[in-house]
Design a protein around this ligand. Structure first.
Ligand code: SF4
Ligand code: SF4
Length: 197
């Protein structure tokens, strides 16, 4: 009798908890059974969605030089690209001699492994937070250069992206004291010493 009541109590407790905070629900619904919100659960910073190409806003061109390293290393061979001579380099605006001309990733075949990001030496590709690209069309997620750059730009804006090769330098710069404040601090100490003398 006592065991049955105990079991009933546990079942009731689980039911109430489930109503208050459901364990499973229809995507993208969040919230409780009484207050449903049609917004997907936000992803974490480390989340790896589909790859996107990054944009160098200093020079107004993609970071990608079309070097093909990512394409050679992609385990599913879902990427292709062509490069061209960079007109901006010839005009003296960019240091990139070659630049990407066309790029395509068949995201239906991408397994989100991140190898393309790991092997890229030019900060040109990132695993973005995009993950909702389902279509009813076979190969409906073949993304060309402009679309991949859009993915990348959105990721850069949303996360305050800093190129991976610049991150160490930025940390060092943040740690170094500001020379202007240092000089003014020294000057005020000297002034105080003079006043006391
Ligand atoms: S994304 Fe990186 S590795 Fe791939 S082609 Fe562009 S520069 Fe080369
Ligand atoms: S994440 Fe992996 S499978 Fe997808 S494009 Fe990059 S290397 Fe290829």
């Amino acid at each position: 009798m006592i065991s049955s009541l105990k079991g009933l109590w546990i079942t009731l407790k689980s039911t109430v908890n489930g109503l208050h905070k459901p364990v499973t629900r229809q995507y993208p619904e969040t919230g409780t059974l009484w207050k449903r919100v049609q917004e997907p659960t936000p992803v974490q910073d480390r989340f790896m969605g589909f790859p996107g190409l990054t944009w160098d806003s200093k020079v107004e061109e993609p970071f990608c030089t079309g070097c093909m390293v990512c394409i050679r290393n992609c385990p599913t061979q879902c990427m292709s690209a062509t490069m061209m001579d960079n007109p901006a380099q010839q005009e003296g605006r960019s240091h990139r001699r070659k630049i990407i001309d066309s790029f395509e990733i068949n995201l239906n075949r991408c397994i989100l492994c991140g190898i393309c990001v790991e092997v890229c030496n030019f900060d040109a590709i990132e695993m973005t937070h995009e993950h909702e690209l389902s279509t009813y069309v076979r190969n409906g997620d073949r993304m060309d250069l402009p679309a991949l750059l859009e993915l990348g730009k959105k990721f850069q804006e949303d996360t305050g992206w800093i190129p991976p090769t610049q991150r160490g330098k930025k940390d060092e710069a943040d740690e170094k004291p500001d020379p202007s404040t240092e000089t003014s601090a020294e000057a005020s100490t000297e002034a105080k010493e003079l006043e006391q003398a």
